[in-house]
Write a protein of this length. Sequence first.
Length: 172
Amino acid sequence: GFDPVALLGPGGCVAPDCEAGELAPGVRAALQIEGPAGSGRFEALGLAIAGAPPRFVCTTGSTVGWRHLASVATQLAPLSWLDDLDGDGAAEVIVWDRLPWGSSEADNGLVPTAYALDGDRLVRRNDRAASAAARVAAAYRALAGSPLSDRGELVACYDALARALDGWGTRP
């Protein structure tokens, strides 16, 4: 189970099931990751933020889109869930999720959504996910040009995903 107090304590956050960082100067955080599980490759995420009392939030992510990226995984792996994406010294929470394009559970792209601490709130900030989105876009481009991509409709989807991710966080 998710125990924010224990997670923030000594030895409480242990990789690879937990990532630690600072959401702002002096504001420690630990993100517990359980999963993936099920056909949607869902992860249960529990974020604990140090303070008196500690604050926490739970959500889910999905890495089902990873299925298509396996042959180019070295460009992306490992997926980080808590990282300083924009180089400002503060970590963002990255929720990896799916962007469906068809009727099958396998027909999903992988997209990052970033959340940053703003005072006492976590605020969605896709502009801060632009660097992660660019890496995923490059992986889709590599996949589209791979000899393994012999089905035309998949190549078209990979190209469309790469173009969508190129502008991730730059458009309203």
